[in-house]
Design a protein around this ligand. Structure first.
Ligand code: SF4
Ligand code: SF4
Length: 310
């Protein structure tokens, strides 16, 4: 018999499916062949205020050990940078104050979350603050077989679900699945798991800032669908918060404004956060949403600016 807490978790996880997160499948760019179509199929309204927070990304670091072309967190070109355990702990406490149990799902990611040296503590903190929320560790899996028993113990005890995409790289996915099973830890592969070729999408920036922000937002599969929390700031997508990585790498100056994020310590209620998530942001003028394309073969990044602009 499931316990009352397990039932509540199940209900909240089901509710979270209402607003699918394209990059939760990924992580990031390699997640889905066509996340835009997925979002439309589910009928997600970009400007509709959610009744509860169906999902948010807990961004715990910038960098990654895989480097996929056009990664929509810009992790392929990121320098090594971790969000501190202290900041993460504080932010989770504040989110819990604002939302209580009203969060359907949390995706712990970056970057590659297994690179964070305090990942176990982060997962325990997340579970401690959100006992009934579905918590996913979104990883490329490269480091999974090197994890100590303590990692698997935390995943099992805190009911963390490992979410992976199969990339066409030299990785023994069968062995990973067996290891997760042996440790009694849930592991999910994304829906494209059986596909022969993994697919990428391209989400070009318009570095001139010439796009209409409202139009970009209303056509964007990230918008109000992929909230991201990092260092006290809540964003409506994964692109704007990480634009500093793009700027740093290519010497550009695409600006973030105060209106592009919400300070969760200034927000007074969860409704203020949900209202923020549903409205276009100044940064949307840098996203050339009409030129987005889907279904490209997976490949490693060549660290070329054109991967994010063309
Ligand atoms: S570069 Fe890393 S974070 Fe980006 S899509 Fe690939 S695996 Fe994910
Ligand atoms: S900045 Fe706006 S258009 Fe660009 S990804 Fe974020 S929500 Fe979408």
């Amino acid at each position: 018999m499931p316990t009352a807490l397990e039932l509540l978790r199940w209900v909240l996880a089901k509710r979270a499916v209402v607003a699918p997160i394209p990059n939760a499948t990924g992580p990031n760019g390699a997640a889905s062949a066509n996340p835009e179509a997925e979002a439309q199929e589910i009928g997600t309204e970009k400007t509709e205020r959610q009744q509860y927070l169906s999902y948010f990304v807990l961004n715990i670091l910038d960098h990654c050990n895989l480097r996929c072309r056009g990664c929509d967190h810009f992790s392929a070109i990121a320098r090594k940078r971790f969000v501190s355990l202290e900041d993460i702990t504080k932010d989770l406490a504040r989110m819990s104050e604002l939302f209580g149990e009203d969060v359907g799902r949390i995706g712990v990611m970056g970057g590659e979350p297994l690179l964070h040296p305090q990942l176990n503590q982060i997962l325990m903190e997340a579970r401690g603050r959100f006992p009934a929320t579905a918590i996913q560790l979104v990883t490329n899996g490269i480091l999974l077989m090197k994890q100590a028993n303590a990692f698997w113990d935390v995943c099992r005890q805190e009911q963390i679900v490992i979410v992976m995409t199969k990339y066409p790289i030299d990785l023994d996915y069968g062995a990973i699945s067996e290891s997760a099973k042996a440790h009694n830890v849930a592991i999910e592969y994304r829906e494209e798991i059986e596909a022969q070729e993994k697919r990428l999408y391209r989400i070009p920036l318009d570095i001139s800032g010439g796009q209409d922000p409202g139009a970009s937002f209303s056509e964007c599969f990230h918008a109000n669908n992929c909230a991201l929390l990092m260092e006290g700031k809540m964003f409506t997508c994964t692109v704007a918060p990480n634009i500093r990585i793009f700027n740093q790498r290519f010497g550009t100056h695409l600006p973030l404004q105060d209106e592009d994020y919400l300070d969760i310590y200034r927000a007074k209620t969860k409704h203020e956060v949900l209202q923020f998530l549903r409205t276009p942001k100044p940064f949307c003028r840098y996203c050339n949403v009409s030129e987005r394309s889907f279904g490209h073969p997976w490949e490693r990044s060549k660290l070329d600016m054109g991967e994010w602009t063309a």
